[in-house]
Design a protein around this ligand. Structure first.
Ligand code: NDP
Length: 503
C-alpha cells in the first residue's frame, strides 16, 4: 500500500478545462472522487455568478437568511451519518471524530444564523454632547463575495467557521476546499444548493493554483486557513487587488500544568489535545510545561494513558492516518532532531513513524530551540518540559512565533495565568473548548495569523461598518458652515473646556 495524497490525473494540466485530479482515501489509497482543476477562467466565472446571487441574498432580511441557513443546518444534521462516512473515507479520521466535528459545524451555522441580525443590524449609538442634534446609527453591511480557502484537517468545521458567518452576514461565498478533501467540500455546497436553489455558495476545486486564482478573481475578501507560509502567499496575491484577508494559520499551542492542577485531568487533556485527529489540529497541544512539583506524576499519568492508544485503520481506531504524505516527513524530522539533541521518548519515538500512520509519541528533555518545540509538527506528538514555576511556564509558552490557542490547568490560578499567555484563545481546565463555543471569536496573533472567525467578531469580519448621522433638529451651534461666527467659536471653546478641560 502506498501513501495516498490527492494527485492530478495522468496527462492533465492545471488551467486546462479538461484537467482533473483524484482525491484518495489516505488509509487505503482508494479513489474517493475525481474533480476538475478549475483554472482562472472558471474561478472568475464562479465569482461572477456569486456576485449576481449576492444581490439577491444580501437583499433578503436577516430573518429570511436565518430560515435558509437553519434549513441547511437541519439537512446536514439529518444526513450526518452520510457526511461522517465521507469524512472518514476522504480525510481518514475516525467516524466518531467525524461526527463530533460535523456536529460542531452545525452548531456554528445555527449560531451565525440566529445572531446575525442582532450583531449586524442597524443600531443607535450615542452622538455625543457636541452632536446632540444628530441621530447616530451603525449597521454592518455584507462585503459581496467572499472567497474561502479551506484546509483538509477539519474539512467541515473549519471552512464552516468562515462560510456560515459570511453567509449569515449576507455575502455569497466561493469555496475552494483543500485538494485532499474536495468531495466533502462538494457535499457541503450541494446540500446548501438543494436548500437555497441559487449559486450563493459555490465550489471551485483544484490545487494551490486554484486557490491563488481565487485570490486574484476580484472577491471582496479571502478567508484562508492553512499554513503560515501559504498564508503569506495568499496575502501577497490579495495585495495586488487590495483584497482584505483573514488568515487562520498554524499554531504551536502550549498546555501549562500548575502545582495545584488536577494532574489526571491535565494528562488526559494533553494526550487528547496532542493526538486526536492524529495531531493534525491547528489548536492541538504540541508542548506541555509542568510545574516541577507535579512533573513526575504528570509524566507517569500521561505515559500510562498513552499506552494502549494506537493509530491504525481498524473501525475501532481512535487515531487515523496522517492525511498528507509530506507531513510524515515533517513529523519524522521533528522526532529525530529532538532525540539527536538529547530528548527522550517516553512513549513512541523514531520507530513510531510509519508509512502512513504515526503512533503517539511523548518526548521529554527536548531543547526549547529545537524544531519539535518551535515549529508546527501536525502529528500525534508532544513535548513535555519541567518548569520551576508558572512564570517560567508563561515565558516559554510565549517563546514561539505562533499565538493561536493555549491551555492552562490550575485549580486557583487559571485565569491569572491565561491572561498572561499571548494567544488568541485559552482554555482553562479543559482543552480546545473555546472552538466549540460559537459566541467566542477564534483566531490568532503573530505567525498564527489575524482576523477572527466565530462569534460577533466573526460575523463582523465579513462586513463593512456603515455609519449614518441623521440631523434631527437644527444645531444650537452651527459648526459645519462658512456662516460660523466668532461667537460660535468662543462658545465651542467654552463647551470643550467644560467637557474636557479638567484632569
Ligand atoms: P497549505 O497552507 O499549503 O494549504 C491550505 C489551503 O490553501 C489548501 O486549500 C491549499 O490548496 C490552498 N493553497 C495552497 N497554495 C495556495 C496558494 N498559493 N494560494 C492560495 N491557496 C493555496 O497547507 P497544507 O494543506 O499543504 O498543509 C501544510 C501545513 O500547513 C501542515 O503541515 C500544517 O502544519 C499547516 N496547516 C495548518 C492548518 C491549520 O488549521 N492552521 C490547516 C492545514 C494545514 P491545496 O490543498 O489544494 O494545495
Amino acid at each position: 500500500m502506498t501513501q495516498a495524497p490527492a494527485r492530478p490525473s495522468s496527462g492533465s494540466e492545471p488551467g486546462n478545462e479538461a484537467a482533473t485530479f483524484e482525491s484518495l482515501n489516505p488509509a487505503t489509497g482508494e479513489v474517493v472522487g475525481i474533480f476538475p482543476i478549475h483554472g482562472e477562467a472558471e474561478v472568475r466565472h464562479a465569482v461572477a455568478r456569486a456576485r449576481k446571487a449576492a444581490e439577491w441574498w444580501s437583499g433578503l432580511t436577516f430573518k429570511d437568511r436565518k430560515v435558509y441557513l437553519n434549513t441547511w443546518k437541519a439537512t446536514i444534521a439529518r444526513r450526518l451519518p452520510e457526511l461522517a462516512d465521507l469524512m472518514r473515507r476522504e480525510m481518514g479520521k475516525p467516524r466518531s471524530d467525524a461526527v463530533m466535528e460535523a456536529t460542531l459545524g452545525i452548531d456554528h451555522i445555527a449560531w451565525a444564523a440566529n445572531h446575525a441580525g442582532k450583531v449586524l443590524g442597524r443600531h443607535r449609538v450615542s452622538p455625543g454632547m457636541l452632536m446632540v442634534n444628530q441621530a447616530a446609527t451603525v449597521e454592518f453591511r455584507p462585503l459581496g463575495v467572499v472567497g474561502v480557502i479551506g484546509p483538509w484537517n477539519y474539512p467541515v468545521f473549519t471552512p464552516l467557521g468562515s462560510i456560515a458567518y459570511a453567509l449569515a452576514a449576507g455575502n455569497a461565498v466561493v469555496f475552494k476546499p483543500s485538494e485532499h478533501t474536495p468531495a466533502i467540500g462538494e457535499w457541503l455546497v450541494r446540500t446548501f444548493s438543494e436548500v437555497v436553489g441559487r449559486p450563493v455558495l459555490q465550489l471551485v476545486t483544484g490545487q494551490g493554483e486554484t486557490g491563488a486564482a481565487l485570490c486574484r478573481a476580484g472577491v471582496d475578501k479571502v478567508a484562508f486557513t492553512g499554513s503560515t507560509g501559504t498564508g503569506k502567499r495568499v496575502m501577497a496575491a490579495c495585495a495586488e487587488t487590495l483584497t482584505p484577508v483573514v488568515i487562520e494559520a498554524g499554531g504551536k499551542d502550549p498546555l501549562l500544568v500548575d502545582a495545584d492542577a488536577d494532574v489526571a485531568a491535565a494528562a488526559d487533556a494533553a494526550l487528547w489535545g496532542a493526538c486526536s485527529n492524529a495531531g493534525q489540529t491547528c489548536t492541538g497541544v504540541e508542548r506541555v510545561y509542568v510545574h516541577e512539583r507535579v512533573y513526575d506524576e504528570f509524566v507517569a499519568e500521561i505515559t500510562r494513558r498513552a499506552e494502549g492508544l494506537s493509530a491504525h485503520a481498524g473501525d475501532d481506531s481512535k487515531i487515523g492516518p496522517i492525511t498528507m504524505e509530506s507531513q510524515v516527513g515533517v513529523i519524522r524530522r521533528h522526532i529525530d532532531d529532538a532525540l539527536a539533541r538529547g530528548g527522550r521518548a517516553v512513549v513512541g519515538g523514531a520507530h513510531a513513524v510509519g508509512e502512513r500512520f504515526v503512533q503517539p509519541t511523548i518526548l521529554v528533555d527536548v531543547p526549547e530551540d529545537s524544531a519539535a518545540v518551535q515549529e508546527e509538527t501536525f502529528g500525534p506528538t508532544v513535548t513535555i518540559a519541567k518548569v520551576r514555576d508558572m512564570d517560567e511556564a508563561v515565558a516559554l509558552a510565549n517563546g514561539t512565533a505562533y499565538g493561536l490557542g493555549a491551555t492552562v490547568f490550575s485549580k486557583d490560578n487559571g485565569m491569572a495565568i491565561a491572561e498572561r499567555i499571548r494567544s488568541g484563545m485559552t482554555a482553562i481546565n479543559s482543552v480546545i473548548s473555546f472552538a466549540a463555543i460559537p459566541s467566542l471569536p477564534f483566531g490568532g496573533v503573530g505567525d498564527s495569523g489575524f482576523g477572527r472567525i466565530h462569534g460577533p467578531e466573526g460575523l463582523k469580519e465579513f462586513t463593512y461598518a456603515k455609519a449614518i448621522a441623521r440631523q434631527r433638529f437644527k444645531p444650537a451651534l452651527a459648526l459645519t458652515t462658512f456662516e460660523r461666527t466668532e461667537k460660535a467659536d468662543k462658545r465651542l471653546a467654552a463647551i470643550v473646556r467644560t467637557l474636557h478641560g479638567r484632569g
